[in-house]
Design a protein around this ligand. Structure first.
Ligand code: ADP
Length: 407
């Protein structure tokens, strides 16, 4: 029997998201999420997609990632999809930071684990959880290839001119301070799917990809290779996000420390958790912000300001990446906001006819789950909505590696 199943694990600091896919026919067999690991009120939600039936939800204490993965394995076993199955080909792990070294998905061995660990100082929130996920999966199935798929990998093609900050080179290199970029799995998947939608070879098209979720990033993709992206050393730089500020003058930090008396940790929390849309208007959900604007009244003003700042930054990046690329074939929207918010898409390109950009109101307003064009048929530059699927991309990359004998 050929092993064609891939389990995808996305281990966060207090959560694990998972999907089991069959790469033989591309079907999704099961999916779920463990939340609030380490608390008394941990929750496991499991969707038995192939086995059928309702979503199962269990609450109760789940002490750590090991217990969480064991609980997931048990749920899968209940559906007849246990991790001991010979049909399981590999486990694919999302790893947030791969530094400069990991330019592609990699089968995990001790040296790879050590390198992911060495990168903890530049990804203190993410890499430790990713490592725990990998180690626990290794314990559960020591014989199985574990594949690390890095959020940074797609961006390792950035030229030095885009990847370096203009700070003292020795200091930067000593502390590995450079622009790495994130959401790479999504940018890779979406740019390939966008080329397919345009009926063109990925190597022939130049794209501006806008991944607008709770976290948000833009990238400039030239012939399938990333040449610039808006996130940097960490996922804080760039666009206005749900709770993150995106770009600020770095001197804001010195000012808050010296004049505001805030500690480094307090400023870190401010910029990562209490800024962006939530800091500007109290809501980080674009649906809620649009509702407040549409209902008008006093409550609308702050929501409107948050929306305007979000859009202003987005338009600056579209303009910047237009200049980086020189020629643009399509602007592509993806992730929660990008796929669902017609007002964001409309405002992002409004008045940019001079750059060949426009949306057709009817096409923009239409709802659809699949990739689609929303620009008028005669537009010089296409505007597209392409739903992202990071789990599928991780599964594809994992399976391609183990099938081709990389393991
Ligand atoms: P992440 O993976 O970064 O957590 P998602 O890509 O799932 O985020 O995006 C989540 C965000 O998408 C929500 O916070 C919300 O702002 C936005 N969103 C989801 N659905 C809609 C919708 N129908 N209209 C507008 N925004 C939406």
């Amino acid at each position: 029997m050929t092993a064609t199943r891939v389990l995808v694990l996305n281990s966060g600091s207090s959560s694990v998201k998972y999907q089991l896919l069959d790469m033989g026919d591309g079907s999704r067999l099961a999916a779920g999420l463990v939340e609030r690991i380490g608390e008394r009120t941990s929750r496991l939600k499991h969707s038995p997609l192939a086995a059928g039936g309702d979503e199962r939800e269990t609450t109760g204490p789940i002490a750590d990632h090991e217990a969480a993965l064991k609980a997931v394995a048990q749920e899968l076993a209940e559906d007849g999809l246990g991790l001991d199955s010979p049909e399981l080909a590999a486990i694919g792990h999302r790893v947030v930071h791969g530094g400069k070294r990991f330019t592609r998905p990699t089968v995990v061995d001790d040296a790879v684990l050590a390198e992911i660990e060495r990168l903890i100082p530049v990804a203190p929130l993410h890499n430790p959880a990713n490592l725990t996920g990998i180690r626990t999966a290794q314990e559960l199935r020591p014989d199985l290839p574990q594949v690390a798929v890095f959020d940074t990998a797609f961006h390792t093609t950035m030229p030095e001119a885009a990847a370096r900050y203009a700070i003292d080179v020795e200091t930067a290199d000593k502390h590995r301070v450079r622009r790495y970029g994130f959401h790479g799995t999504s940018h890779a998947y979406v740019s390939r799917e966008a080329a397919r939608l345009l009926g063109r070879d990925p190597g022939d098209v130049n794209l501006i990809v806008l991944h607008l979720g709770n976290g948000a990033s833009a990238s400039a993709v030239e012939g399938g290779r990333c040449v610039d992206t808006s996130m940097g050393l960490t996922p804080l730089e760039g666009l206005v996000m749900g709770t993150r500020s995106g770009d600020v003058d770095p001197a804001v930090i010195f000012h808050l420390a010296r004049v505001g008396g805030m500690s480094t940790d307090e400023i870190d929390t401010l910029l990562n958790k209490r800024s962006g849309l939530v800091g500007l208007c109290g809501d980080n959900d674009m649906r809620e912000i649009r509702r407040r604007i549409d209902e008008g009244g006093e409550d609308a003003a702050r929501a409107r300001l948050a929306f305007d700042i979000y859009i202003h930054r987005l338009r600056k990046y579209i303009g910047a990446y237009y200049a980086v690329l020189g020629r643009v074939d399509a602007v592509v929207f993806t992730a929660g906001v990008g796929e669902n918010s017609a007002p964001v898409r409309e405002a992002a390109v409004a008045g940019l006819e001079g750059l060949g950009l426009a949306v057709d109101d009817g096409l923009n307003a239409a709802r659809s789950g699949g990739p689609r064009l929303i620009s008028p048929p005669d537009a010089r530059v296409a505007v597209a909505v392409v739903p992202t699927d990071e789990e599928l991309e991780i599964a594809n990359q994992t399976y391609a590696l183990v099938r081709d004998g990389g393991a």
